[in-house]
Design a protein. Structure first.
Length: 246
């Protein structure tokens, strides 16, 4: 089975719901062009850097024209994260790392002014992605901030599904003896089978693919296949999940 590096990044659903776009934060409203960009990133198979950059520039232009203040900064930080993750999917790790660092630095400036949960989540997501492509030293020194930032977001918004996922990521993605698959599965199952958390299609996809990944590490390929195939019902061209399938 293919294994992934440190900090890579729900219960089986018989029928997936029709997804709506859930606001990621009460303080931040995302334009529709952002969701087009994000979904293209997740449907990564066959995409090129120029395609991603065109979509990124479209969102940024709209943000620059319609947003201001901290909301604008958060949106730009989020878009840099998505572009970085897109670059990582196609193997442009240096460009990806630059995007993640730019996003993290912008989030740190936001932290000094206010406790917008979305800014903490974006920073945590950037660090989690950077841990895949940076050195082990980076993972050891910066990795603990993932849970710390997720906790900060949850202090303001306890129902924030993406923050719950990030707080739980150590249980799934870190190597033994630091992981805890039993606890990790329990958290993901709660996310999928209750209405306790705000989640949209990308959050559900992340949880399904995390369940699949965990089952692969537990040498349970049949269970893994169930969740990975459900993830592909949301984003059928996601290269990461396609590579994980047994």
């Amino acid at each position: 089975m293919k294994r992934i590096n440190f900090f890579t990044f729900f219960f089986f659903l018989l029928v997936l719901p029709v997804f709506s776009q859930v606001p990621l934060s009460d303080e931040v409203t995302y334009p529709e062009s952002y969701y087009e960009f994000r979904d293209a990133m997740y449907n990564s198979r066959g995409k090129t850097a120029s395609q991603y950059e065109t979509l990124y520039n479209k969102v940024i232009s709209e943000v620059e024209a319609t947003k201001s203040g901290l909301e604008k900064q958060v949106l730009i930080a989020r878009c840099k994260y998505v572009l970085g993750r897109a670059y990582r999917y196609i193997g442009l790790n240096e460009k990806a790392a630059n995007c993640f660092e730019e996003s993290i630095n912008l989030c740190k400036k936001i932290f000094k002014k206010t406790n917008i949960p979305e800014a903490y989540v974006v920073a945590a997501e950037c660090i989690s992605q950077n841990c895949i492509i940076q050195s082990t030293t980076y993972s050891l020194t910066q990795g603990p901030k993932i849970r710390s930032y997720a906790k900060k977001a949850l202090e303001t918004d306890p129902s924030y599904g993406a923050a719950i996922y990030l707080q739980n990521s150590q249980n799934i993605f870190t190597p033994a003896p630091f992981n805890n698959y039993e606890e990790g599965h329990a958290c993901l199952d709660e996310m999928l089978n209750t209405n306790n958390f705000r989640m949209d299609k990308s959050d559900i996809f992340n949880a399904l693919s995390a369940k699949g990944y965990a089952y692969l590490q537990e040498n349970k390929p049949d269970e893994a296949k169930i969740y990975l195939q459900k993830a592909l019902e949301i984003y059928p061209d996601n290269q990461y999940v396609l590579d994980l399938l047994p």
